[in-house]
Design a protein. Structure first.
Length: 119
């Protein structure tokens, strides 16, 4: 069975339970406020923000967590602050049953904006 493909972020968010939708909207708002010039789209089947035509960050909901994908440099730059969360090379998992670290997410997004503008 093929995965569900969405054409916009509203449709993506609406497919999840109400509690997860709240977290996804918080993530969306935080990213938009930290990078107001970024363009919101769907890429790789998940909400994505692009700046200058290049991927800035992605996020996605799963059964037990929200995945946040600020690329490897975004994870490495905040490794100490993210140490309490499960991580991959370019990702971090925020549990659904805990508040999102919105201030930290905003810092990471702003870091990625600066990094993107310097490239």
């Amino acid at each position: 069975m093929a995965p569900i493909q969405h054409t916009n972020v509203d449709a993506y968010i609406k497919r999840f339970p109400a509690g997860t939708q709240v977290l996804l909207e918080q993530m969306r708002t935080t990213i938009h406020e930290a990078a107001p010039e970024a363009v919101e789209t769907i890429s790789y089947g998940m909400p994505t923000y692009k700046l200058g035509g290049r991927n800035l960050v992605h996020y996605a909901a799963y059964a037990h967590h929200i995945g946040f994908y600020p690329v490897p440099s975004g994870i490495a730059a905040f490794k100490a602050e993210l140490s309490g969360y499960k991580q991959g090379k370019g990702s971090v998992q925020f549990p659904l049953l805990a508040p999102l670290p919105l201030a930290l997410i905003a810092k990471i997004v702003k870091y990625r904006v600066q990094e993107s503008k310097a490239a």
